[in-house]
Design a protein. Structure first.
Length: 87
């Protein structure tokens, strides 16, 4: 069972590679924000897996907080883009 979780953590870590590349290269601000969302979602999944593997609910609390902060940041960015388009 732990081997399965280690494999899943490895797959999630590999999913970070193209997201970090998109975050670094862009080309637009929207691309970077979407890449940051992908990184946050991957981090939430990794924290959830760690919570299950190590039987530590604090990791699940961190995952929920990270998901909420990421969501609020995405909404704020979308609102910023909408306001910028109106100008």
């Amino acid at each position: 069972m732990i081997l399965l979780f280690n494999i899943l953590l490895g797959i999630a870590a590999l999913a970070l590679v193209p997201a970090v590349a998109r975050l670094a290269r862009g080309p637009t601000l929207a691309d970077r924000v979407v890449a940051l969302d992908v990184i946050a979602a991957t981090a939430v999944s990794m924290l959830s897996l760690l919570a299950v593997v190590h039987h530590l609910p604090v990791f699940m609390d961190l995952a929920v907080v990270l998901a909420l902060v990421s969501f609020v940041g995405t909404v704020a960015f979308a609102r910023y883009l909408e306001e910028r388009r109106r100008l």
